[in-house]
Design a protein. Structure first.
Length: 350
C-alpha cells in the first residue's frame, strides 16, 4: 500500500469517533455511549495517570513553549499527541480501536511551520509509557526518567527541534481538583498541567541551528464528551506573567452567541485558585484574515478578582495549523496590568 492511500485511511479512521461536526467542535459534543464519563472528586494516581486512558474517547498530551534565541528573537514551539478511540478498549495489532495523531509546530518572528503525524494503535507506532515516561509517534517523542525531566523532539520539512525540559514547580489541577466543567449542562474533563518547565535546546530552521532557552507549559486532559452539542469552538489562553504568576483561561463559544468560561490562577509556588463561569473575560480587539477566514489575533483579557486587565496579542498572526482539523495556535505577548508571554489556541473559526 502506498503512503498516500495509507495516510488517507488513517485519517478516515481518526475522524470516525468524532462524526457529526455540528455536535460541538470536531464532534466533541456528540453522544459518548459506551465510554467512561469524568466524575466529580477525581482521585489521580501517578505515574499511572500520566499514561493513556483508553476507556475515554479523547485524550491529549499538549506542550507549548515560549523561547528566545541568543539575539533576543522570540520563538514558539508546540508538540501535541492525541489519542482518539473508536471503542473503549485496546487490542493487539491492527484491530486496536485506538487512533493516534500528533501536531508539531514552530513559530518564528515571521513564519509558522506545521507538521502532522497519524498512527493506528496496537502496532507499536505510537503510544505512552509511564515509567520511565515516554509519549511518542514515529520518531517524535517526549521522554525521560519521569514526568519532571524530559527531552522533546519533532521535525517537519522546514524545522526540527530538540529540547530539554525540567519542571521547577508542582502539577496544577484545574477546576475542582482536576474536574474541569465545560458547559452549563455539566460536560467535563479531567485536566491538569505542568506549567513550570524550564527549557533549553536547539531549533533547526533550514540549515540554521538556533540555541534557545525559555519556558514551557504541558497540559494533560481526557474525556469522552468534553463539549455540549451547542458549543462550536474555544479560545484557550495560557499566560505566564513576569511576576511569576500564571493564568489559564478559556471561552467556549456557544451557537446562541453566549460563552461558557473558566479560569485557573496559579501562584509562583503552584497554589491554584479556580474561577467559575463568568469570572474570566476575553474580548476580541483585532481580526486578521487567516487562511481565508477572520480570526481574532488581539484580545482584551480580564480576571478582575486578580486585578488582571491585559492585551494579549499574537506574535505572528498567521499561525494557522493547516492540519486535518485546522485551527489557530501560536505564541502571544502580554501587556497591561501584567506583562509576559503565553500561548493562544482558537478552534472552530470557519
Amino acid at each position: 500500500m502506498s503512503v498516500r492511500p495509507f495516510a488517507f485511511i488513517l485519517l478516515i479512521l481518526m475522524l470516525m469517533p468524532v462524526q457529526g461536526i455540528t455536535q460541538g467542535f470536531a464532534g466533541l459534543g456528540s453522544d459518548a455511549e459506551g465510554f467512561a464519563i469524568p466524575q466529580p472528586d477525581p482521585q489521580f494516581e501517578f505515574p499511572a495517570d500520566h499514561g493513556a486512558h483508553p476507556e475515554y474517547r479523547i485524550e491529549w498530551w499538549y506542550l507549548t513553549a515560549n523561547l528566545s534565541g541568543p539575539d533576543g528573537a522570540l520563538y514558539g514551539v508546540q508538540w501535541t499527541l492525541f489519542r482518539s478511540a473508536l471503542a473503549p478498549e485496546t487490542r493487539q495489532g491492527w484491530e486496536d480501536p485506538q487512533i493516534w495523531f500528533a501536531h508539531a509546530a514552530v513559530t518564528t518572528p515571521n513564519a509558522h511551520y506545521v507538521a502532522e503525524r497519524l498512527a493506528r494503535g496496537g502496532i507499536g507506532q505510537a503510544g505512552v509509557e509511564v515509567a520511565p515516561f515516554r509519549a511518542c509517534i514515529d520518531d517524535w517523542e517526549m521522554a525521560g526518567p519521569d514526568f519532571d525531566t524530559m527531552r522533546l523532539s519533532a521535525s517537519g520539512p522546514e524545522f526540527r527541534y530538540d529540547l530539554d525540559l525540567k519542571a521547577q514547580g508542582p502539577l496544577v489541577f484545574h477546576g475542582a481538583g482536576g474536574f474541569s466543567v465545560k458547559s452549563a449542562e455539566g460536560q467535563a474533563s479531567y485536566y491538569y498541567s505542568q506549567p513550570f518547565f524550564e527549557v533549553s535546546g536547539v531549533l533547526s530552521l533550514g540549515d540554521k541551528d538556533v540555541p534557545v532557552t525559555g519556558s514551557a507549559w504541558l497540559d494533560r486532559e481526557w474525556s469522552s464528551q468534553p463539549l455540549s452539542d451547542n458549543q462550536s469552538g474555544w479560545d484557550w489562553f495560557s499566560l505566564s506573567f513576569d511576576s511569576g504568576d500564571k493564568m489559564m483561561g478559556f471561552l467556549l463559544r456557544q451557537t446562541d452567541g453566549t460563552f461558557f468560561s473558566s479560569a485557573t490562577w496559579i501562584a509562583p509556588d503552584g497554589t491554584a485558585t479556580a474561577f467559575p463561569d463568568g469570572a474570566f473575560r476575553a474580548e476580541p480587539l483585532t481580526q486578521t484574515e487567516v487562511a481565508g477566514r477572520s480570526v481574532p489575533t488581539r484580545w482584551q483579557v480580564k480576571l478582575p478578582d486578580k486585578g488582571v486587565d491585559v492585551t494579549v496579542e499574537a506574535a505572528f498572526p498567521q499561525a494557522w495549523m493547516a492540519v486535518s482539523l485546522p485551527y489557530w495556535e501560536g505564541p502571544v505577548t502580554i501587556k497591561g496590568s501584567h506583562e509576559g508571554r503565553g500561548y493562544l489556541e482558537m478552534t472552530g473559526y470557519e
